[in-house]
Design a protein around this ligand. Structure first.
Ligand code: SF4
Length: 374
């Protein structure tokens, strides 16, 4: 399908249901025709951290509720909601904080923490990838990502949201083998039937939110490459700037957004005036101060937050040493300040796996004196 469906507004649950109903009778007909009441339907939101959706990191539960109501029309009454938060976060805490406990209770649904799930190894694109079994066993998989920024991959949406379908050990390993290729390869194994994108108020800079930008839109489609390349444009990037989109296209996971793509819009009277956001200036400004060798997202983001909090920037205060971070520093001696357990061979070191931003702030207040000149 070369159609992207978008609805605008603030009544999130009703918008989601309407978008699904309208398109079920149109360009997603063939997909929803396959729904059967005895199917194992799995919904995969983005609950990367335990923060409510209005902070711009996590999927609004109202969107998932809209999907649940839609599925009920097809006799599917017990879809499973499955997710594994990022390293260092408890998924159970995220389920509770983000309103999924309440949702599950209301509809009698099962919440699955994929950190506790069995995994199966699969080969794809020259890589062997461990994937949580529940997603491989799903008869119908619905991906519900947030369109938002990401410190390392620039943005995250449909393709990268599937990183929540792998165990923590694999999350670490993905960063160690370059992140983009394994994310793209994962999308050749797991192929969600539908992608419903939360574009309500994603943070255009940080995966973990904190700077939500209201856009009041929900997007729907079946091709993750198409949707992500369109999402990149909404955030002010071209698909070429997002490496994993490039690889996903190369691996056959979908097609790029182009002039032939049909955009099917609903409730356009609610469309925001300016849909292009590009607020990653902070990350771009701080990146030259960081020597990143395959750092996990949680680690890298914590450092960015900490530097921002401390008022460190690339133009004002001069830095005499870069911060060292990532699995590439494991077992290595280095000058400078190492962030996280991997970089404990550095001259000075802040422990944690990952360290919290608050811990980095506390530690940097003491250790930066020799490295930063006001
Ligand atoms: S210290 Fe940081 S980069 Fe190293 S494994 Fe832990 S979270 Fe990942």
């Amino acid at each position: 399908m070369t159609t992207i469906n978008i609805i605008y507004g603030t009544a999130i649950l009703e918008m989601t249901y309407k978008l699904l109903r309208e398109t079920a009778a149109g360009n997603i007909t063939e997909t929803v025709k396959r729904l059967r009441s005895d199917m194992k339907v799995v919904i995969k939101p983005n609950l990367v951290v335990a923060k409510p959706a209005n902070e711009g990191a996590t999927t609004h539960p109202e969107i998932v509720e809209g999907i649940v109501r839609f599925l009920k029309d097809f006799g599917v009454t017990k879809p499973v909601i499955a997710e594994g938060s990022w390293l260092g976060e408890q998924t159970g805490k995220a389920f509770s904080c983000c309103g999924y406990d309440v949702l599950a209770k209301r509809y009698g649904l099962q919440l699955v923490d994929t950190k506790k799930e069995n995994t199966v190894k699969k080969n794809a694109c020259g890589l062997t990838l461990g994937i949580c079994n529940i997603f491989l066993e799903a008869d119908f998989l619905i991906n519900v990502p947030v369109l938002k920024g990401h410190c390392q991959t620039v943005m995250t949406c449909c393709l990268k949201n599937l990183k929540g379908c792998i165990p923590d050990s694999e999350k670490r390993r993905y960063h160690n083998i370059g992140l983009h290729k394994p994310v793209a390869a994962l999308n050749t194994i797991l192929k969600p039937d539908l992608h419903v994108i939360d574009g309500i108020c994603g943070d255009p800079v940080f995966e973990e939110g904190g700077n939500p930008v209201t856009a009041n839109r929900i997007l729907l489609g079946t091709d993750p490459v198409l949707l992500d390349s369109y999402g990149a444009a909404l955030l002010g990037y071209t698909a070429d700037e997002i490496e994993y989109i490039h690889y996903a296209k190369e691996y056959g996971a979908g097609n790029l957004f182009n002039t032939d793509t049909k955009i099917n819009e609903f409730q356009t009277e609610n469309r925001p005036k300016n849909t292009v956001q590009n607020q990653s200036r902070l990350v771009r400004e701080l990146a030259p101060l960081i020597e990143d060798r395959n750092a996990c997202s949680a680690c890298y983001a914590a450092l960015i937050f900490a530097l921002h909090k401390l008022g460190v920037n690339n133009s004002g205060r001069k830095i005499t040493e870069t911060f060292k971070i990532g699995q590439g520093f494991r077992g290595k001696q280095s000058t400078g300040i190492g962030i996280g357990d991997c970089a404990k061979g550095c001259e000075q070191h802040i422990s944690g796996c990952p360290p919290s931003a608050a811990a980095i702030v506390r530690a940097l207040k003491n250790v930066t004196a020799g490295f930063l000149n006001s």
